[in-house]
Design a protein. Sequence first.
Length: 221
Amino acid sequence: MRRVIVIVLAAALGLIGPALAKKPTGSGSSTITIAAAPSSLVFGSSSTISGQATGKKAGGASVELQSESSTGAFSKVATTTADSTGHYSFKVTPTQNTTYRVLAHTAPAGTSSKLRVNVLVKVTLAVSTTKPKAGSMVRFSGSVLPAYNGKVVQIQRKTRTGFKTVAQTTLGAATPLGTVARSKFSKGLRIRKNGTYRVLFNPADGLREPNTSPTRTLRVH
């Protein structure tokens, strides 16, 4: 009799065991992608941050764009609603290098990876003439946006191996552009031969990236 009971118990455990080991269903998961176009932009320009949320209730989900502060904390920048397929987009105009992420209120909620958008300073350049007499002075002038008064810009001439700095000058205060402060520069150079020039400015402050002005080609006569 004892042997029969053991066999019956063993058979019962064989049936019950797989049922106990079966994974629960319906827990679900959510993911959210993020990308920026462009990921680097000139000060004053805009970028589009977009992606797709997946998971339960992704279609029509509330999506929150967040930016990271210097302390590492994230705060809300804007909100939008995903379309029926979970796609979302935001237009941003950051004034300095900014790290973003997106939180989607799916079920469960999902958070994207971090995404950095770099902001380059804006540099302009004008010359007093593009057809100077050989040996005459040409004035190089322009602006840097936003303001970096007291810092130095480099005037560069194109060579066979790249651009080479031929002069530098200090930025001074300029009339604001709307509500944004800006700096200006002005420097006279004696031009003896044809050449292509640009101005380079590197803020070197971690807030924004260096940039160059459009080029100007001078042809002597």
